[in-house]
Design a protein around this ligand. Structure first.
Ligand SMILES: C[S@@+](CC[C@H](N)C(=O)[O-])C[C@H]1O[C@@H](n2cnc3c(N)ncnc32)[C@H](O)[C@@H]1O
Length: 233
């Protein structure tokens, strides 16, 4: 069935030739004024995956179930500073916003300009930083904040080399206090990849406690949430 607002011949006619991968990003460019012109998130995500496979690192946006599990560390009281890394199309952004209910400060960091534009349009009350998470200490300082209470990451750690993992995890540590929590997720099928094991070893080295959740099966693909506490600062 043709979805309203989608004009691509690739979608309306299943037998037509798919577009060049290079052009897919242009097709997915958002019209920030009208929802009807925006492609569904899954298609947008796929387009960006084809353009930036190492950065996007996932075949589809995360599920609401994974979002609930990864945001559970956000306190229900007070005015916490919550930093989100790799917000994508905003599944976790929505869950964080729901937990905060207007309290505290929510910074969503996203390096991809197409996703950043979507986030700004979709979440006008969220502070969206179009930037590389490696600049996290500068991003936080530029908002006159001193630290983050919770960092919720969906960066594709297992897609990164050792140098990038090291720089990004140092940037995260640079905004934590001894009481802060760092949460992230890892795909269950990829947990034994050398890069995934290297990242887990890095977490164990830099935090006193790392707790892995049960598998969240309602996610494509199934994933675990990692809660890291008491950073070794
Ligand atoms: C696996 S996707 C997760 C998207 C979304 N949070 C979700 O769960 O559906 C990873 C996201 O991290 C972003 N990203 C990758 N490297 C980044 C970096 N160094 N700084 C900021 N964002 C980054 C990608 O552009 C992408 O949006």
């Amino acid at each position: 069935m043709v979805q309203p607002g989608l004009s691509s011949p690739w979608i309306t006619d299943p037998f037509s030739r798919p577009p060049d991968v290079g052009k897919l990003g242009t097709m997915c460019t958002l019209d920030t004024r009208r929802d009807v012109a925006a492609p569904p998130d899954g298609l947008l995500f796929l387009g960006q995956l084809l353009r930036e496979p190492r950065h996007v690192g996932a075949v589809a946006p995360s599920s609401a179930r994974l979002a609930a599990a990864i945001t559970a560390a956000i306190p229900e009281q007070g005015d916490p500073v919550v930093v989100e890394l790799g917000a994508g199309t905003g599944v976790f952004t929505e869950a964080i916003r729901g937990r905060l209910h207007g309290r505290g400060h929510h910074v969503a960091v996203e390096v991809n300009p197409t996703f950043a534009a979507l986030l700004r349009r979709r979440f006008p009350t969220v502070d969206v930083a179009e930037a590389d998470a490696e600049a996290l200490p500068e991003i936080v300082a530029s908002r006159a904040l001193t630290a983050a209470d919770v960092v919720v990451s969906s960066l594709p750690w297992a897609s990164f080399g050792a140098g990038t993992q090291d720089r990004l995890s140092r940037a995260v540590l640079g905004v934590l206090t001894p009481d802060s929590v760092f949460t992230t997720f890892a795909y269950a099928h990829a947990q034994y990849l050398p890069s995934a094991r290297r990242f887990r070893a890095l977490l164990a080295e830099r935090f006193e406690e790392v707790v892995t959740s049960r598998t969240v099966w309602r996610n494509l693909p199934p994933a675990h949430v990692l809660h890291a506490r008491r950073p070794r600062l």
